[in-house]
Design a protein around this ligand. Structure first.
Ligand code: BGC
Length: 345
């Protein structure tokens, strides 16, 4: 079942709508047209108690004023491009350097801060679309983007991404939800598992060095469930330089979830499936409690964890990484599923 509500107006006066998709067990997701944002997910714990497990904002003002991409669709190029530059067939492109004047982060924020058009495609799906002009944030090509959200009876939320450009260009889209399976507090006590034998270590600007480093024997080994807080402050420059986990994991091939997390207390479980080669684990390291979130509650450090399915950061400048350059008319298509449930230890 889908319902639609008004979510207010942006500062520029554009109307924003909120759609709720609910299944028969009462699991519900809210998506808003500002940033094609996953604004809330209400899911049951092991006693059937529902909580909203998405940290973010309950007003459009909150999203516009305080956002660190909470719940948003991110593109054209999720994550970072070093020095805000890359080349396609020898032609160099200069991008907006929206992070410390050095890197291009999250495509300059374009897709996340745009108001998307939305249509209800059936009683469990919403499709959002947005057209980005040629040259937006410095990227080549006019691109038609689509993101659809479908909630199934088994409590899976499927996010389908689609893009097609009229010029050869790079595309890397993700969803930037901050999950907190307790619905409150911080996520340091959550257990996490990531099906990755290697990760991409970064320099001081969070740009991968190009190395694929084995996780074995490092705080990045999440191949078995591990408490997120156990090693987040370990004396490892990879963690100290970005205040905790903020890294891309190189996903192993195979079926099954690429990542799973649960809150031991409530039992709420999240499983992530994707066809993309990487996932960024970010634990809200830079949040500091100064920004008000839902209900005015401060967004504290580590109040949520993000599992941003993606091509590796800075791929356009690293030929050894799996590539994400698409020719004119060539379709970018990708699917990520967030499946909600309960973990029985
Ligand atoms: C980045 C973080 C950043 C956050 C919010 C994540 O994808 O890796 O470094 O602080 O997004 O922009």
């Amino acid at each position: 079942m889908i319902t639609k509500k008004d979510f207010g107006k942006t500062e520029k006066g554009e109307s924003v709508a909120l759609y709720t998709i609910e299944n028969s067990s009462g699991t519900a997701v809210d998506v808003i047209t500002y940033g094609a944002t996953l604004n809330a997910v209400r899911t049951a714990d092991r006693n059937g108690e529902f909580a909203d497990i998405i940290m973010g904002f309950d007003t459009i003002e909150g999203h516009e004023k305080y956002s660190n991409y909470q719940g948003m669709t991110v593109g054209r190029y999720a994550n970072r491009i070093a020095n805000g530059e890359f080349a396609v067939d020898g032609e160099k492109y200069e991008l907006v350097k929206n992070e410390k004047g050095i890197t291009c982060l999250h495509g300059g924020g374009e897709l996340s801060h745009a108001v998307w058009s939305a249509i209800i495609t059936d009683d469990s799906s919403i499709e959002m679309s947005y057209e980005s002009p040629d040259g937006a944030m410095g990227f080549p090509g006019k691109v038609d983007f689509k993101v659809s959200f479908t909630l199934y009876e088994d409590n899976s939320l499927k996010i389908d991404y689609f893009a097609v450009s009229d010029k050869k260009t790079v595309i890397n889209m993700t969803n930037h939800s901050y999950f907190n399976l307790a619905g409150k507090g911080d996520i340091l006590g959550h257990k996490l598992k990531i099906n990755a034998d290697a990760f991409t270590p970064t320099d001081e600007n969070s740009i991968p060095t190009g190395e694929l480093r084995p996780v074995e024997g490092t705080p990045f080994d999440f191949r078995q469930f591990k408490t997120i807080g156990d090693e987040i402050y370990a004396d490892d420059v990879q963690l100290t330089q970005c205040r905790g986990y903020d890294h891309n994991f190189c996903l192993n091939e195979g079926d099954g979830p690429v990542a799973s997390a649960y809150d031991p207390e409530s039992g709420r479980l999240l499983e992530v499936y994707t066809d993309l080669p990487g996932v960024q684990l970010y634990c809200g390291n830079f949040l500091d409690g100064t920004r008000p979130g839902k209900g005015g509650e401060p967004l504290i450090r580590h109040c949520g964890f993000c599992l941003e399915t993606q091509f590796y950061p800075n791929t356009p400048n690293v030929p050894s990484f799996p590539q994400c350059t698409y020719g004119a008319g060539e379709k970018y298509e990708s699917t990520t599923v967030f499946k909600f449930g309960v973990y029985n230890e």
